[in-house]
Write a protein that binds this ligand. Sequence first.
Ligand SMILES: [Zn+2]
Ligand SMILES: [Zn+2]
Length: 104
Amino acid sequence: MARPKRPVTVKLPSAAEAAARIEAMRRQTEDTTNYRTKSLKIHGPICAKCGREFDQANLQHLTVHHKDGNHNNNPADGSNWENLCSHCHDDEHSRDLLGDYLSK
Ligand SMILES: [Zn+2]
Ligand SMILES: [Zn+2]
């Protein structure tokens, strides 16, 4: 007697679930590019700290810093954004940590 083949059940997310996940991912990427584009438009492609200017070729090194540290706080007037080059951005955050450390 041949053993019946057991059907292999692979649990896949339902179509609706998958669509919701993709939509969430898409929205997240869109938000990120959106506030970055807006901040660059408002503050210009210049590092707020060292004054280094950026152009299309190296613009990816210019990042948007959230002054209050809250990435979800993105007012349209750009008041929570600061354009910082990756170096100054690192510096800004290590300073925060050091400040915390020293105030304890
Ligand atoms: Zn800089
Ligand atoms: Zn930052």
